[in-house]
Design a protein around this ligand. Structure first.
Ligand SMILES: Nc1nc2c(ncn2[C@@H]2O[C@H](COP(=O)(O)OP(=O)(O)O)[C@@H](O)[C@H]2O)c(=O)[nH]1
Ligand SMILES: [Mg+2]
Length: 238
């Protein structure tokens, strides 16, 4: 059986973290979990420590001093995962928008020759049932930019629910990525596709979080546009 490390960045997810980690550990795939907590004021980091104590070897926690952003949280998680040499590395939100039930199909596809598998809202079978029209429009617009300006082929270029082949991640110049949040995800996909790796998507139903609050601001969208233009000019200059 293959091994998978799941990276879960957290900031104030005390209502979600316990249930999420327990659900992940019960999946019919060999997974372990790395929580990257940015000193959440609500005590998520302590809850994660308790989970690590209860499940030695299967749950690890990286504590950072304060809210340093999603991009660098992923990077810290990757670095820890590299030391454990799993076959696959998954990233996901802690809020159940990325539901654990989709992980087996993502891992299966990654095992069938795909270097990156995206848990995708925009392939047949995927959906965002809770999105009001303006969020659909915004998300559609962001993907149009990514497709037209950057030539990205994945239908869902901004999704954070991803399964990478570990060897592929290790070859990418990820430490050079400056952007965070949605921008980070677009830049990662840009690197993967341009290195000639194979990208696949499996459908997911993306439900809005029931507990806790979103930490991603509208400002992130503007930053993501910035990133798209920066990468567009990099693409133009070869
Ligand atoms: N470690 C860390 N995690 C973060 C940070 N910002 C957001 N997160 C986590 O990253 C995931 C995505 O954030 P979320 O608020 O759900 O964004 P949204 O899904 O775009 O609304 C969640 O698990 C958050 O707890 C951060 O600065 N540091
Ligand atoms: Mg979320």
């Amino acid at each position: 059986m293959t091994t998978t490390q799941i990276i879960v960045p957290t900031y104030n997810e005390c209502e979600n973290i316990n249930q999420l980690v327990l659900m992940l550990l019960e999946l019919p795939v060999d997974v372990s979990v790395i929580v990257v907590d940015d000193n959440s004021p609500d005590g998520t980091g302590q809850l994660a420590d308790q989970l690590a104590e209860q499940h030695p070897g299967r749950v690890r926690v990286i504590h950072r001093s304060g809210k340093l952003g999603l991009g660098t949280a992923y990077l810290a998680g990757y670095r820890e995962a590299f030391t454990l040499q799993p076959d696959f590395i998954i990233t996901m939100d802690a809020d159940f928008s990325h539901h654990p039930r989709f992980i087996p199909s993502m891992v299966e596809k990654a095992g069938n020759g795909f270097d990156l598998v995206i848990g995708s809202r925009y392939v047949p079978g995927g959906d965002t049932p809770d999105f009001p029209w303006y969020r659909r429009l915004l998300s559609w617009g962001a993907n149009q930019f990514a497709h037209v300006l950057l030539g990205l082929r994945a239908r869902d270029a901004t999704a954070g629910f991803r399964c990478y082949r570990r060897e592929v991640l290790e070859t990418l110049p990820i430490d050079s990525i400056k952007s965070s949040g949605y921008s980070f995800l677009i830049e990662m996909l840009f690197l993967v596709q341009n290195a000639g790796y194979r990208v696949g998507e499996v459908p997911i139903i993306f439900e809005d979080r029931k507990l806790g609050q979103s930490k991603i601001s509208q400002q992130e969208i503007v930053k993501a546009l910035n990133t798209v233009f920066r990468l567009f000019f990099r693409r133009l200059s070869g």
